[in-house]
Design a protein around this ligand. Sequence first.
Ligand SMILES: Cc1cc2nc3c(=O)[nH]c(=O)nc-3n(C[C@H](O)[C@H](O)[C@H](O)COP(=O)(O)OP(=O)(O)OC[C@H]3O[C@@H](n4cnc5c(N)ncnc54)[C@H](O)[C@@H]3O)c2cc1C
Length: 629
Amino acid sequence: MAFYKTKYDVVVVGAGHAGCEAALAAARMGCSVLLMAIDLDKLAAMPCSPSIGGMAKGQLVKEIDALGGEMAKVADKTAIQYRTLNTKKGPAVHATRTQNDKMRYHMAMKAVIEKQPGLELKQAMVEKLVIEGGKIAGVEDNTGFGYQAKAVVLATGTFLRGLIHIGFNSIKAGRAGEFASYGLPAHLKDLGFKLGRMKTGTPPRLRKTSIDFSMFTKQDSERSPTPFSFFTNEIIMPQLPSYIGHTNPNSHKIVQDNLKRSALYGGIIKGVSARYCPSFEDKIVRFPDKGRHQIILEPEGLDTDEIYASGLGNSLPMEIQVRFVRSIKGLEEAEIMRPAYAIEYDYIDPLQLKPTLETRRIAGLFLAGQINGTSGYEEAAAQGIWAGINAACKVQARPSFILDRSQAYIGVMIDDLVTRGTREPYRIFTSRAEYRLMLREDNADLRLMEMGHELGLIDNDTSRDVKERKKQINKEIQRIKSTIIKPEEKINDYLQNKGTMPLSSGIYLDQILKRSEVDYHAVEILATSPDYISKRVARQVEIEIKYEGYIKRQLGEIEKFKNMECMKIPEAFDFSRVHGLSNELKEKLSSIRPSSLGQASRIDGITPAALSALMIGIKVAGRKLSSES
Ligand SMILES: Cc1cc2nc3c(=O)[nH]c(=O)nc-3n(C[C@H](O)[C@H](O)[C@H](O)COP(=O)(O)OP(=O)(O)OC[C@H]3O[C@@H](n4cnc5c(N)ncnc54)[C@H](O)[C@@H]3O)c2cc1C
């Protein structure tokens, strides 16, 4: 086999949301990187919803940004609508969601990739891995040409044995209009990787001019939105509305009567679909009594007529799709520009990965994105930056980069994947994060930017700003906690105007700030700080004081969690020799190979009794080791 002249530090296969972040992170850490994709015109494509963020996904995007990734910046450059979700609830569940111009998103990300020093982009179909002595050494494309590398990241999305379905018509494709990858999954299977099959789907795209929008409820973008990225100073794109409508019993009947003709209910699809992202057929079957389901018409961009019909995903034959869509009020004349379809694809069971996303089977091979059984642009991008960082750390012989469940949503997701695995497309939720009060969108920079700086992904000035901001936050909290407010007339007038109790005696300012009727503005009125307090500092001060009790409790839980995480399990530990463990658990532990007692405690089937047996086993092994040395 002939090889390309350049030997790369890192080769990334796949230029989707995962691959782009992986390649940029490794290149920005000083590696020579090659990014490969089947079609460069589909780099960072959004094959489904034209949106970034949402519940828990917004937290992931902020964390990627705080680590020096690209998704949030490109989202701001191309956002045509902003919404902050759950503003009536606590800050732990506030989440940003943008709608984006898909074409501009692709072009903006491609421009960043093309301008990145040390990063090359090539169009090719990778067919095989090159392995030497159990270690990765490169990749081979479908022309038999090779590219050498010290580390490889596979981020191949929905392309592995991709098969799309419209009714009983099935077409081999990674997405509509794109080749699928069939050689690589066969090769991975031959190498002994355990693969599974999953399914996802997308709704039809409708022609804007064929829709009667007067039948829908307009939903405008937020007036003064907060940018997604901590680095965005200005929102540049014109903002467009979405439109909300509903299906009706007649639409449901059309689908019900033709369920057997859909790929999903006609028995064609074998892949496991996501419970939380049901196709329309699923909705009909699961909620038969529901008379209507919400749909949202979302613009796909500024310069296109295409409208994304969220909520109408299906795998029905075209004839039925047309009848179904036109049965909805306002869509009686709707033109389907792109049909809805379902897609099945192979994924690799993530229990075969280390917490760095490196495979246990082949050293130097990392997996990121949908290939690991997740679904969603944000989940993919978060795994991408993680795998890119760890591939670079491997090549540069630096310590691995791991965040635990108390530090980041990314840490929660990856720990879930490599410790529990997944049988259906994994999507991040706030409910998955037990320490979510600490893992908010608003403090992602304070949690992660200094780590990004140590990795070389965040510049000195930004890191200095973060340190300075932390100091300001602590100082202002101490000032507020030590400031006594006396029951003066103008103060009590202010408090009564705010609808809260006037003072009868002096109290500390933080006790006032804890009241639900007031926010940091009260501090500015009652006892202005001698220092300049920015909006971002004020926000942190407000949250830290208002949620002080909950935060203290959560910090206590995190301490217990960290104690378990600190109880490391030696890499070569022999789980089969632990007394008191069932054979099933011995097998499971030996294949997952948890790196700490904490990780072991999260493996399905581990009981408190098994955990104590394991703890004793680790201690005995430790003592034996020290007595032999
Ligand atoms: C039809 C459809 C509907 C979806 N619906 C949803 C949804 O409802 N909700 C949701 O959260 N997510 C949905 N998704 C998933 C979402 O698109 C993905 O989660 C996300 O794009 C995954 O990103 P990724 O980087 O892992 O892979 P992708 O974005 O899929 O990118 C994969 C990349 O790998 C390249 N590639 C693949 N094989 C090879 C090879 N052998 N050689 C070279 N390059 C290769 C491709 O060219 C591409 O660049 C849907 C996806 C599709 C296709």
